[in-house]
Write a protein that binds this ligand. Structure first.
Ligand code: GLC
Length: 468
């Protein structure tokens, strides 16, 4: 195989399926490899929960201080914020009795410019408060001091529901002055700087936890939250006796796994390819989030682009690499969903390739589809190996021969890709045969969930501020 960097014209020969197979082989995982990934995940989960200093786990297994689920008696009006992907959302949620309509929401999405997510923490939090103020004005909410749930989808070490120290940024965020700081304090300080006194921050919530909670509103068997979007992560209800980082043995607590970091200690070396290495090296956080970089939307397009370059050195596109294809991140993950859609025809595929400056034949278009299929299939299978570990852990915790459980899922890749969800479901059935797992997609799960968690906290504190 010619490697990137070699003179392509020197190596061009007619393209054969055999060479495609050789390029894609490292991305095809066997059942045995997936079982190993599942077992390694389980082992890392156990070590993460034990806080094993001598043999540290790559995943943090962070306590979330979410113990209680909804009991249907929650009432009130809430604000929820959702920060963690490409956009920032503000929601107003009114929780009332089913007779009075149940859940009602209004929301607005704001874009987050690159200079804001990679600038200073003050700029980022000031921008957030500006967006909230706009939303309050547009919805006549000024003067109402509403409890607020803050979905902040980054690893935070929490010691209570309304406090969390940012451990590290992920997914391309790098605002300075935030790592090591309590992000609730950073938000409160920004509200003071901006003179917005209408917000009462009650809960800090990871998007996985919000998703689990909002799915639990309709399905009490939901005890797992999964995100596959810009990033990937999962949470689940763990027995308190196993959560060594928090005192007490009674009941359960939701644990934010931060599974994106799985493999950062080197345990996935066997399956990591030279292209994964390159994607990692050129990312803003090299060496970190290795599992996430093989699964989530932020990275799959780039993996495909690099395989296409590799294939071009081997004769694809007549051996001509376009200028555009040489630009990092030019191949969007949305293209994977598009190319793999069963309704998109050859002409449409080729016209997208032309936009990328690639003059393709019909055969080239078929090969590109095959590359996309292989990369997204690996992502879905790896994600399923993680879920298989989680459901097995819950089954073992409870000493059950058979577990029935629901996973609440959110995230654009899972929702928009035509085959991702199907591969996840089939692979989970194969890797966790003793568990009957239902997947439920939630819309706006992370934001709604933050409002619901805030509602539960207010009910428990007996402080339902605005009866609805
Ligand atoms: C990243 C974050 C994690 C989040 C996930 C999905 O992995 O570290 O907190 O849940 O992305 O958004």
């Amino acid at each position: 195989m010619a490697s990137p960097g070699e003179d392509p014209s020197a190596t061009v020969q007619p393209f054969t399926d055999d060479r495609l197979g050789r390029c894609l082989q490292p991305f095809m995982l066997s059942q045995a490899q997936l079982e190993t990934v599942r077992d390694l995940m389980l082992d890392n989960m156990e070590r993460g929960l034990r806080n094993d200093y001598q043999n540290p786990s790559s995943i943090k297994m962070l306590p979330t201080f979410v113990r209680s689920t909804l009991n249907g008696k929650e009432r009130g009006e809430f604000i929820a914020l959702d920060l963690g992907g490409t956009n920032f959302r503000v929601l107003y949620v009114r929780v009332s009795s089913t007779e009075k309509g149940g859940l009602e929401k209004k929301s607005k999405t704001f874009t987050l410019p690159q200079n804001v997510i990679q600038g200073t923490g003050e700029e980022l939090f000031d921008h957030i408060v500006d967006c909230i103020s706009d939303f309050q004005i547009a919805n006549s909410l000024q003067g109402k001091k509403l409890p607020l749930g803050f979905t902040f989808s980054f690893p935070c070490s929490q010691t209570s529901l309304d406090q969390g120290t940012l451990i590290t940024w992920t997914k391309g965020f790098s605002a300075s002055g935030c790592v090591g700081e309590d992000v609730v304090r950073l938000l409160r300080e920004a509200t003071i700087r901006k003179g917005n006194s209408d917000l009462l921050v009650i809960a800090l919530v990871n998007d996985t936890v919000g998703t689990m909670m909002s799915c639990g509103y309709d399905d009490p068997a939901c005890e797992i939250g999964l995100i596959v979007g810009t990033g990937t992560n999962a949470c689940y209800m763990e027995e308190m006796r196993n959560v060594e980082q928090v005192d007490g043995d009674e009941g359960r607590m939701c644990v934010n796994m931060e599974w994106g970091a799985f493999g950062d200690c080197g345990c996935l070396e066997e399956i990591i390819t030279f292209i994964d290495q390159d994607v990692d090296e050129f990312s803003v956080n090299p060496g970190r989030q290795r599992y996430e970089k093989m699964i989530s939307g932020m990275y799959l397009g780039e993996i495909v682009r690099q395989i296409l370059i590799d294939l071009t050195y081997n004769g694809l596109f007549g051996g001509n690499i376009s200028q555009r294809l040489q630009t990092r991140d030019i191949f969007l993950t949305e293209y994977l969903s598009l190319f793999e859609s069963d309704t998109l025809d050859q002409v449409q595929v080729r016209s997208i390739l032309t936009e990328l400056g690639l003059r393709s034949t019909c055969e080239d278009a078929v090969l590109v589809k095959e590359v996309c299929r292989t990369v997204s299939q690996r992502a879905a299978q790896l994600c399923a190996a993680g879920i298989a570990a989680v459901v097995e852990k819950i089954r073992e915790n409870r000493g059950l021969d058979h577990l029935k459980v629901t996973v609440g899922v959110d995230g654009t890749l899972y929702k928009l890709h035509p085959h991702f969800a199907g591969v996840v479901h089939r692979t989970v059935r194969m890797l966790a045969p003793l568990c009957d797992v239902t997947f439920r997609r939630t819309d706006d799960g992370s934001g709604m969930g933050a409002a619901l968690i805030t509602a539960v906290a207010c009910r428990i504190a007996g402080a339902e501020p605005q009866a609805a």
